[in-house]
Design a protein around this ligand. Structure first.
Ligand code: AVI
Length: 323
């Protein structure tokens, strides 16, 4: 288990923090202010997202697991990986289905897991290495937009990106992410991509506005994250959760809506923001795909869909993608 290699768990450089603050500042000053979705995932946000994955309205996780259970042997037979790489691994539940299939298939593999949340990553590596002693696990604390270069050499890798998280990237970010990944892949590598599919808007909207209010708590928590990290004073009771499906762009948007006029300071960014009642902050995009739209997106990066696995109701899909 290599969970403490210096380059992997190194603290973030101060230059990166300055860049990050500048990017957030610019994003909050847009006509429609936006908080990049990655800020949703502090420890509390990651735990709330785990709770979302178990909600009955949130069909994505259980559907992706059922697809993976049926497809794992076929995926392993086609990709023949020597290295598994999971991007945004979270609790590491789904990778177990592939590890079981690999175990049955024989060859020994290494498994690299990249996640932004160090606590979740270490816990999941501890559990995985206890349950799968024949595999070597390595954790990389990082961001899939900037840290793909830290995932080891190309060749015989199966890079998995579950949960539909690729849909949380803006279209231009998705272009650069897939382009970067494609450049780092060779012909012996494959990418397994989980995507949520276009469907009845009412079903999509229900998945992002559960009656228990877990998604609302997940969304509002981002304001506490900013308060802590950037010396802010957002009052979470002055905002409410909103989620809607944008048919033209085929994405769900999460927003926070000011329930009254209020002012906010983010001292570490040297920023003061004034919100009128009804003013909104965008906190997440969650793009929905068809096979054709994913094909087009992958195609721009020089990638093709080799195999497509879905459920009987066409709710979610796993695409095996190659160069
Ligand atoms: C992680 N990601 C794929 C989730 C999604 O569905 O876009 C995040 C989420 N946001 C609200 N609910 C779940």
């Amino acid at each position: 288990v290599r969970k403490d290699a210096p380059e992997d768990l190194a603290p973030r450089s101060s230059t990166r923090l300055i860049d990050e603050g500048a990017a957030l500042r610019a994003s909050l000053l847009q006509e429609l202010p936006e908080i990049p979705a990655r800020y949703l995932y502090d420890d509390t946000g990651s735990e709330l997202f785990e709770r979302i994955t178990g909600l009955s309205v949130y069909y994505q996780t259980r559907t992706e697991i059922s697809i993976l259970e049926r497809a794992a042997a076929d995926i392993v037979a086609h990709a023949r990986p020597r290295h598994l790489v999971e991007l945004g691994s979270g609790a590491g539940r789904k990778i177990r289905i592939l590890l079981d299939a690999l175990r049955a298939d024989g060859p020994s593999v290494t498994c690299t897991m990249l996640d932004i949340n160090e606590l979740f990553l270490l816990q999941s590596i501890d559990r995985l290495s206890a349950d799968y002693p024949e595999f070597v696990f390595r954790g990389v604390v990082g961001n899939f937009m900037t840290d793909l270069g830290r995932l080891g050499p190309a060749g015989g890798r199966l890079v998995v990106f579950f949960a539909g998280t690729v849909g949380n990237l803006h279209p231009d970010e998705r272009r650069s992410f897939l382009g970067d990944l494609a450049q780092r892949m060779d012909d012996a590598d494959a990418l397994l991509l989980g995507v949520d599919l276009v469907k009845d808007p009412a079903r999509l909207e229900a998945a992002y506005d559960d009656p228990e209010g877990v998604t609302a708590a997940f969304n509002l928590n981002v304001l506490s994250v900013l308060n802590r990290r950037f010396a802010g004073n957002f009052d979470t009771s002055a905002f409410r959760h909103r989620a809607f499906y944008d048919r033209k762009n085929a994405w769900i948007e999460m927003r926070l809506v000011a329930t009254r006029k209020n002012e906010v300071r983010l001292d570490a960014l040297g920023l003061r923001l004034a919100f009128d009642k009804g003013a909104e902050i965008r906190t997440e995009l969650s793009c929905k795909f068809t096979r054709a739209s994913l094909e087009a997106s992958a195609g721009e990066a020089g990638l093709t869909i080799d195999r497509w696995y879905t459920d009987p109701a066409d709710l979610f899909a796993l695409a095996l993608v190659r160069r």
